[in-house]
Design a protein around this ligand. Structure first.
Ligand SMILES: *Cc1c(COP(=O)(O)O)cnc(C)c1O
Length: 421
């Protein structure tokens, strides 16, 4: 099936007489007839639901749809995009391990890897994703267990050379984890270019309406953990908390997601509420349609800003003169995303003034939903970063992030016009 059909048809497949719309299994627990069967579930000998902290059918149906859209092998939902990125890394890293991460990742991910996970004993080396191969090679250590980057960085709009990063990771016996939130699987499938694991903040375009925080991890099933048993002991040696099962032996290509579900979800519990998974699924039904509109609106808005005398610069990978245009054409020929970054000639102060005049666009921490909104990262989301860190992350102090919605493009441009003046 084509992606727009998967968006509508995949996941829940009703049998005769069942509801057409995916039901919400609003239950923490599931009943069984025999004590033995319940025991087998806890031993991972049988598959089945027993407690919603680990798994819930509604979540799994929405995850299945995302898995198909990404061309993955298995997927799981998490309570947020942050939880997805945390689990994706922590599932294969422990104290003493090391991660190579692109400097331009989302601020929350930057904090997670460089501050919080550091406290857990996992070190992170930050690299410029555009650095030459030799430079990037230097970041790797014997204990490097994964490489982490974003397809289109939020908010710097740096486009990742996915193939280059996948090759680099694989040369060092590591999987590449790509946060594909901004491109969405409609515009890019990182797995097709060699990425091993894909994460999402479903809070953004997938939900699409700013209704529910959520995340997702998709595993391609392609990385051969069993080839490196010493590097990935969590997947390749007995798990004492499950009577010594070995995930790679028992679950093959499903090892990674099974471990994340049955071990990390069990112990850390960042499950998505089934109600949120229901809302996510509704959002997914229109994802392909909405992305088309987000991208065409954003291109029009970017072209308008580009021609405005008070605008100093515009960053949008869909613009032919953008430094990432070629990469964007290669990885995202149908379009990139609805987010634009720009700066005003009068700089930081002018940004605040202009934003206060907006009528249609709202000032919001959010990005990537149906309603046009704007944010000034240096004063809002990234305010904990030093100027140096901001520049390293590709976030100029005057950068304004415009998330173009699916309203009529003329109304969006008219609002920009009256606000910029
Ligand atoms: C928003 C975002 C996250 C974090 O997701 P939450 O759902 O807010 O926890 C991670 N990565 C990217 C690229 C994001 O835009």
């Amino acid at each position: 099936m084509e992606k727009d059909t998967i968006c509508v048809q995949s996941g829940w497949k009703p049998a005769n007489g069942q509801p057409r719309l995916m039901p919400i299994v609003q239950s923490t627990t599931f009943k069984y007839d025999s004590s033995e069967q319940m025991g087998r579930l806890f031993d991972l000998e049988d598959s089945g639901y027993f407690y919603t902290r680990l798994q819930n059918p509604t979540n799994d149906m929405a995850a299945q749809k995302i898995c198909e859209l990404e061309g993955g092998y298995a997927a799981m939902l998490t309570s947020s995009g942050q939880a997805a990125n945390y689990y994706a890394v922590f599932n294969i890293c422990e104290a003493g391990d090391h991660v190579v991460m692109s400097s331009t990742v989302y601020g929350g991910t930057f904090n997670l890897l460089t501050c919080t996970m550091k406290k857990m004993g996992i070190e992170c080396t930050v690299v410029d994703p555009d650095a030459p191969q030799e430079e990037l090679e230097k970041a790797f250590q014997k204990n490097t267990k994964c490489v982490f980057a974003e397809t289109i960085a939020n908010p710097a709009l740096v486009v990742l050379d996915i193939e280059k990063f996948a090759n680099l990771a694989h040369m060092h016996c590591c999987p590449l984890i790509v946060d594909n939130t901004f491109a969405t699987p409609i515009n890019c499938n990182p797995i097709n270019w060699g990425a091993d694991i894909v994460t999402h903040s479903t809070t953004k375009y997938m939900d699409g309406h700013g209704a529910a925080v959520g995340g997702c991890i998709v595993d391609s099933g392609n990385f051969d953990w069993a080839a490196y048993p010493d590097r990935y002991p969590g997947l390749c040696t007995p798990d004492q908390s499950y009577h010594g099962i070995i995930y790679t032996e028992k679950f093959g290509k499903g090892a990674y997601i099974t471990k994340a579900t049955s071990q990390l979800m069990r112990d850390l519990g960042s499950i998505q509420a089934p109600m949120h998974a229901f809302l996510l699924n509704l959002g997914l039904e229109t994802l392909a349609l909405r992305m088309e509109r987000h991208c065409s609106n954003a291109l029009k808005a970017a072209q308008y800003l580009k021609g405005h005398e008070k605008v100093a610069w515009v960053e949008y990978p869909g613009l032919p003169d953008n430094r990432y245009y070629e990469l964007a054409q290669k990885y995202m020929p149908k379009g990139t995303c609805g987010v634009i970054a720009f700066g005003l000639k009068d700089g930081r102060a002018a940004a605040g003034e202009m934003m206060d005049k907006l009528k249609l666009a709202v000032i919001a921490t959010h990005v990537a939903d149906s309603k046009t909104c704007m944010l000034h990262p240096a004063s809002h989301t990234h305010r904990q970063m030093s100027d140096e860190q901001l520049v390293e992350a590709g976030v100029a102090p005057d950068l304004i992030r415009l998330s173009v919605g699916i309203e009529n493009p003329n109304d969006i441009i008219a609002d920009l016009e009256q606000a910029i003046g």
